[in-house]
Design a protein around this ligand. Structure first.
Ligand code: SF4
Length: 575
């Protein structure tokens, strides 16, 4: 079978894992990428209205779809990109009417029925679907789709929604092969400027605004609170993690890495062992995510030794009551200590701070501003609260009067144009001046106090000089792809990536216009990866039934269980 994935804006590790599993089963995979120039989820790069249409690659992408001749087209559907997926699914239906159009990803887990009721997707998968998706494609090639596959959802012949059970979370993450980096790397820029890696799967927390909140409810409905639990956190063996880093370095030599783990410090013993065993053959400068609970003198040292150059830390709220409500049981003192330790270690610190929680007051905003004066980070990134389908924040937002019940009910099916919070800032207008002054300190650190004392910050805000400074930093930092931009100047390598992306696709557009004059067609890049081993059609019955995940690997060199238990105890204590 030929399986084509479509994605936009950024690299997708989920698709890379699916691709590898499919190819091991004997199928061909490919990927088409929509750069969405000037239509990015980062609003500051959308320079002028209408530019997105001028620089659209829709026609070329659809031509490539027809050329690939897919049997299956797969989308990773997220709440913010749902409308984009719908748009392309509708077009693809016209071009390759016999291809099955399949959705996976967070939005399918949270609102599969809404996805299917659009009638643009034939099937949707909930949860982690490496095995389920391969079984689905296998059965399609065998001549009849197996409708009993776990995780699968569909509308039956009577238009009834059918949701098959979830298979349990795979707890041994060493069974997943290294992801197919080539799926994106072969597309060329900007994927040559850094790459993603997932060392461990899952998050031990379940914050009410986050997708992990929904996954926790799906996989562990008996867990009623959002407290730390190791059930979600699935650590790879150090051997397996190091082997992937070595392979990445040898094969792609990425200058920069973004470790996608939700909380890199969640298991201190694991991180310690990683630091002790890592050599230069595996060390790649990286950026990672942490939350304050697990940041201490030791974890910061391990991060430093393993090559961490930047940390993005989700603080989200500086009010104890709010943190309790969203599932972040940490203290102000823990947050302050984490900020100070990371800065003292010389690691760039980028802090995420949510504004616009339904119940927040002006005093809360004042506290945020003062906190970062007392404990400065390199950059304090203010996000307006985004509400995702399926998360408990939906209920909290209705209860707090932020959205109506009708709006909440409609989020699964009708959300358009990305995050809701990019369209509305709800009732939190009183927080705007605080957000602006935080940005003045972010972007104009040397003159910030003068601008704030004299009131000139209003002018800076009105003219949105932040956007232009941001763009300048992005352009400046894109020239060097072998080092991170300073934390203040860059949101990891996506800021190296955007100008690179714009440059590459901008040139392609110009070539396309010029080509039209002389009758030459310009194509957008498309990756196509052959099966690993024999194609499925040529495999014997036994080979076709081979296990998808490799449970038969060698025993781990290190048993992670005692270390994991110790770390859980430590973190539970901290919480
Ligand atoms: S700690 Fe981060 S990744 Fe984990 S549930 Fe909370 S917001 Fe999500």
């Amino acid at each position: 079978m030929r399986v084509l994935f479509l994605y936009n804006e950024v690299e997708s590790l989920a698709l890379q894992y699916l691709s590898k599993a499919l190819r091991k089963a004997g199928h061909t995979t490919g990927c088409l990428f929509d750069p969405k120039l000037f239509d990015s989820f980062r609003a500051e790069v959308n320079l002028l209205p209408g530019l997105d249409r001028v620089f659209s690659f829709e026609r070329q992408i659809l031509e490539r779809v027809a050329e690939f001749k897919p049997d299956v087209v797969g989308f990773t559907v997220l709440t913010p990109n749902f409308s984009w997926c719908q748009h392309y699914a509708a077009k693809i239906r016209e071009i390759v009417p016999n291809a099955k159009i399949v959705g996976g990803g967070y939005h399918c887990s949270a609102a599969a029925e809404d996805v299917l009721r659009t009638e643009l997707f034939d099937y949707a998968f909930r949860g982690e679907a490496e095995e389920a998706f391969v079984e689905f494609v296998n059965s399609l090639e065998d001549g009849a789709i197996d409708h009993g596959i776990d995780n699968l959802t569909y509308l039956d012949e009577h238009d009834r929604y059918v949701e098959n059970p979830l298979r349990p979370y795979e707890s041994d993450t060493d069974v997943f092969d290294f992801p197919d980096k080539d799926l994106f790397h072969k597309l060329g820029p900007p994927f040559d400027a850094g790459t993603l890696v997932q060392l461990n799967r899952g998050c031990p927390w379940g914050c009410t605004f986050c997708g992990n909140n929904k996954y926790r409810k799906m996989y562990f409905p008996e867990k009623k609170d959002y407290m730390f639990t190791r059930d979600f956190l699935r650590m790879r063996s150090i051997d397996h993690a190091l082997a992937e880093l070595r392979w990445l370095k040898e094969t792609y030599d990425p200058g920069l890495l973004r470790v996608n783990d939700d909380d890199m410090c969640a298991d201190e013993a694991w991180l310690k062992e990683l630091a002790e065993r890592m050599t230069d053959a595996e060390r790649i400068p990286y950026k990672c995510f942490v939350i304050p609970n697990n940041v201490n003198e030791r974890t910061v040292e391990y991060l430093k030794r393993t090559g961490c150059e930047q940390i993005q830390m989700g603080v989200q709220s500086l009010t104890m009551q709010t943190r309790k409500m969203i599932g972040r049981p940490n203290t102000d003192a823990q947050i302050a200590k984490a900020v100070d330790l990371i800065r003292e270690a010389g690691i760039g610190l980028y802090v995420d701070q949510i504004f616009g929680m339904p119940w927040e007051s002006e005093d809360d905003a004042k506290k945020v501003e003062q906190f970062y004066i007392d404990h400065p980070a390199d950059f304090v990134s203010v996000y307006w609260l985004d509400v995702w389908a399926g998360s408990d924040m939906l209920k909290q937002a209705v209860a707090g009067g932020m959205i109506t019940q009708e709006e909440s009910d409609a989020i699964g099916s009708t959300i358009r144009d990305g995050c809701i919070s990019t369209k509305r800032e709800w009732h939190a207008d009183f927080m705007k001046p605080y957000a602006s002054r935080i940005n003045v300190r972010n972007y104009f650190p040397n003159t910030a106090e003068f601008l704030i004392k004299t009131g000139l910050w209003h002018v800076v805000d009105k003219l949105n000089l932040f956007k232009w400074k941001r763009l300048w930093w992005a352009a400046k930092n894109t020239i060097r792809k072998d080092r991170y931009p300073p934390a203040r100047e860059g949101y990891d390598f996506s800021w190296l990536r955007f100008p690179r992306l714009a440059w590459f696709y901008g040139k392609l557009k110009l070539k396309g216009w010029a080509g039209k004059l002389v009758g030459i067609k310009v194509k957008v890049p498309m990756s196509e990866l052959p099966p690993l081993g024999k194609p499925y059609a040529e495999r014997s019955k036994d080979e076709r039934g081979a296990p998808i995940l490799d449970h038969a690997r060698e025993p781990l060199a290190t048993d992670p269980a005692p270390a994991a238990a110790a770390a859980a105890e430590q973190v539970d204590h901290a919480a």
